[in-house]
Ligand binder design. Structure first.
Ligand SMILES: [Zn+2]
Length: 810
């Protein structure tokens, strides 16, 4: 789904299908024994963590105390995850405890075995130089231009690299964090702030504490220079919105609707916000979109947007997604990574519903459609179920979210809302699996949603329906009716069977009236009769109006039917579908209709689709629509109009030039590129119109220097090389790398910047830098610079091991 962003971490463990060793059952497709929740001998109850850092060295110094209760009759040892952590001291009942270090962590041996129910504690003093879990940003920038931050990313299983702990989802505990750091910086962690003490030596100690249990992967720290705006939800939840002090003007567009989103989630779930407060903090060089740490969400600072960047990509959807996780993921937590959909599908579903509230139903229909398209595209690769560990993010997020819509469409919105409320309340601060949701249906509605869960969650694939209809007139009996034949024509196997779904059918007549029935479509071929008591002429027929079911449909309709549907279907998404189906129609047949659609649609989707189909038509009437689209109020339509022009026709050059001052940075960037390529003789004028425009990740600024370099501007290449360096955040660096590759410009500094990036913890920097390096290496003349650059670098072996294969691959 493209428009609501949902990029928070998922535990997407890629796994092989379990081998087929027994008679055929459907269960083997989703029963993956290797994903049983891990076993543990004690119940972790509380963790008290005291830490300080030497950020320039990436060093963590910590003391952690675990309080736990034995779950077994005899517990001799305690294993804590902690790969690479150096244990300096242990303390148990006033004495050191013997321990063994393994590559995975620490095994402590108790002097006497613990008995069942016995409560105990252990304290470890340790040091770590982790490469995962905690990140020290900007502390080694010799130019002192980068922000300096420390932040963590615990999900999936990375907090264990800086805290020795039982680091699995299936045991929840209360935590407290005590952090001492340079007083010039602010520190955020989970829970409420117990105290903040100035130590009088330039450092401050911050103490945060959780009063309800959560899972270890949700423990977080965020440290940097920030200001904070505080708001309150209607129910009184304090929201602490962190931002960079120089970006006070970005607080409003970034955090728009933050308090309203809490009101919405409380109303929708029927469960009050489960924690005392909620903070959100942007961080630099973040490798995902955002992460729902309990009471303290971290997000990439590329979402800290101004009013213009807001148009291209804003934080609202991600904001609601992470907020929804405070219930789905934090308050109730899947027992293992296999339960990802119980976190991510719900966290993707609620932002879409919130969109309906703050925008309109059209936006909700469009969001659902985009998710359905994503699910269908995933099925072209394989048909794995949503809850399979190899399902992939397109299913765990988008398909699961669309399945929740279908669930509400099938069982009723209010009914499913009551089920979800019960499911949350029953497992408050606990752990869940898919069957817990299933049982909530039985408890609340007294029904077993067996067929629904089976076909949409435990199995994979989607139906493909072939639709045809007959207008049947039996004048002797005085009957007129529409007989709709529905055939399920998708391939069937163990993963995908026939689907049984209630589907609406709507027959629209030329006089503007309509009839509607809901039919259970179960068998391979079903005939559904829609009575036509008024004996009216059919204008068009809708199968599943509103598009609720994830499906492919083959339904041959005449141009007259598509025209009637494009103009008269009550719901935007059905009108859009008709416009989209016109792609194969001849331009002379559809030109007038598309112009009409452009003129009357209020939501951007059909307008954008109409313009896309008209953009390559040289007819002046079509060009006029495209020209109007370049001034459209919706950024999506202006984007579509520009993207649909492979070549700018001379008659539209002035219209495209007008986009150089568009409010959207992405449109400015695209227009600048296209215009400079096609009309290089006007380059100076284009550059003067876009001077000093930056954009997210300096997208416009980097292009500006690229175009200026092509025009021979002195110093432009050096500026781009600098922007590729570690003084800048990763998006600017990636833009600069890609620009320099297009310019085929490489020097020693750039090689070093590429090496730095290729060994970076952030894959969204590392991977593009690797691709750009490979791009440079296709020219053998660049190879010597890379080889020399590697020799010069004093790097630890693991970094050399990462880089060497890339530059040695021919
Ligand atoms: Zn998420």
């Amino acid at each position: 789904m493209r428009h609501i962003l949902h990029i928070c971490m998922a535990v997407l463990l890629s796994a092989l299908l379990s081998p087929i060793t027994h008679a055929q059952t459907t269960a083997r497709w989703y029963y993956e024994p290797q994903y049983e929740p891990p076993e543990h001998q004690v119940d972790m109850e509380h963790m008290r963590l005291t830490v300080s850092f030497l950020p320039e060295e990436g060093l963590v110094r910590g003391t952690v105390t675990h309080i736990f209760t034995s779950l077994r009759d005899r517990v001799d040892t305690l294993f804590l995850n902690g790969p690479g952590i150096t244990i300096l001291k242990t303390l148990h009942r006033g004495r050191p405890l013997p321990f063994l270090i393994s590559p995975e962590g620490i095994t402590l041996r108790f002097p006497q075995p613990l008995r069942y129910g016995e409560r105990d504690s252990v304290t470890l003093n340790y040091e770590a130089r982790p490469r995962l879990g905690i990140f020290f940003v900007g502390w080694n920038d010799s130019t002192h231009r980068s922000r300096k931050q420390v932040w963590t990313q615990g999900q999936g299983i990375n907090n264990r690299h800086w805290i020795p702990c039982y680091d699995e989802q299936n045991d929840k505990l209360t935590t407290e964090t005590i952090v001492t750091f340079d007083s010039q910086y602010r520190v955020l962690s989970n829970g409420h702030m117990v105290s903040k003490k100035d130590n009088g030596n330039g450092s401050t100690t911050w103490h945060y504490k959780m009063t309800h249990p959560h899972s270890s992967y949700l423990v977080m720290l965020g440290i940097g220079r920030y200001d904070i705006e505080t708001r309150r939800s209607k129910s009184g939840v304090p929201l602490h919105l962190w931002y960079y002090p120089e970006y006070a003007d970005r607080v409003e567009p970034t955090y728009r609707y933050s308090a309203e989103a809490i009101d919405f989630m409380e109303r929708e779930t029927g469960v009050s916000y489960p924690w005392e407060s909620y903070a959100q903090i942007p961080v630099q060089d973040y490798m995902h979109g955002a992460m729902e740490n309990t009471t303290a969400t971290v997000f990439g600072d590329f979402f800290l947007v101004d009013h213009r960047a807001f148009l291209d990509r804003n934080y609202i959807g991600v904001n609601v997604h992470e907020l929804a996780h405070q219930w789905f993921g934090d308050y109730i937590t899947g027992r293992s990574g296999r339960s990802s959909w119980l976190h991510e599908s719900f966290a993707t579903f609620y932002p879409k519903l919130f969109l309906r509230e703050i925008a309109n139903d059209d936006a909700y229909q469009w969001a659902r459609k985009c998710e359905q398209q994503t699910a269908l595209a995933a099925s072209e690769k394989n048909l794995l179920p949503i809850l399979h560990s190899g399902a992939g993010s397109d299913r765990v997020y988008s398909k699961g979210s669309a399945v929740i819509d279908m669930m509400r469409h099938t069982f009723g919105e209010d009914a499913v809302r009551r089920v979800v409320t019960h499911y949350l309340q029953t497992h408050a601060y606990g752990v869940v699996e898919t069957n817990d949701l299933y049982q909530a249906f039985q408890d609340v509605l007294g029904l077993s949603p067996q067929r629904f869960f089976e076909q949409w969650i435990y199995r994979g694939g989607e139906p493909h329906y072939l639709i045809a209809y007959q207008d049947v007139q039996l004048p002797q009996q005085g009957i007129r009716q529409t007989r709709v034949t529905v055939r399920q024509i998708h391939g069937q196997d163990e993963l995908t069977k026939l689907f049984a779904m209630p589907v609406d059918l709507e027959v629209h007549y030329t006089d503007g009236s309509s009839d509607r029935v809901r039919a259970d479509i179960e068998r391979e071929t079903e005939e559904v009769v829609v009575p036509n008591a008024g004996k009216r002429s059919i204008a068009f027929v809708l199968f599943d109006p509103g598009s609720w079911v994830i499906k492919q449909v083959t339904f041959n309709r005449s141009f007259a039917e598509l025209r009637a549907q494009a103009l008269n279907a009550p719901l935007m998404i059905d009108r859009y579908d008709a416009v989209h189906a016109l792609r194969s129609a001849a331009i002379d047949v559809k030109r007038e209709l598309l112009a009409q659609v452009y003129g009357r649609e209020r939501f951007h989707a059909a307008r954008g689709e109409a313009v896309t189909q008209l953009a390559t038509d040289p007819d002046s009437r079509s060009m006029e629509v495209v020209r109007r689209a370049m001034r459209d109020t919706a950024v999506e339509v202006r984007t579509a109009a520009l993207a649909a022009l492979p070549v700018i026709p001379p008659a539209l050059r002035d219209a495209v030039e007008g986009l150089l001052t568009d409010s959207s940075y992405a449109i400015v960037a695209s227009a600048l590129t296209k215009l400079c390529e096609q009309f290089p003789e006007h380059r100076d004028r284009y550059l003067s119109l876009t001077r000093n425009v930056k954009g997210v990740g300096n997208q416009v600024c980097v292009l500006w220097y690229e175009m200026a370099a092509r025009g021979g501007l002195r110093g432009a290449l050096d500026t781009l090389v600098d922007m590729a360096g570690p003084a800048w955040e990763f998006r600017t660096r990636v833009n600069a790398f890609e620009s320099l590759l297009r310019l085929d410009y490489l020097n020693e500094s750039l090689v070093q910047h590429l090496y730095d990036a290729m060994a970076h913890a952030n894959g969204r920097l590392r991977n593009p830098a690797t691709d750009v390096t490979r791009g440079f290496l296709t020219h053998s003349s660049h190879r010597a610079l890379f080889s020399k650059g590697l020799q010069d670098r004093a790097w630890p072996q693991w970094k050399k091991d990462m880089i060497t294969p890339i530059i040695q691959t021919p």
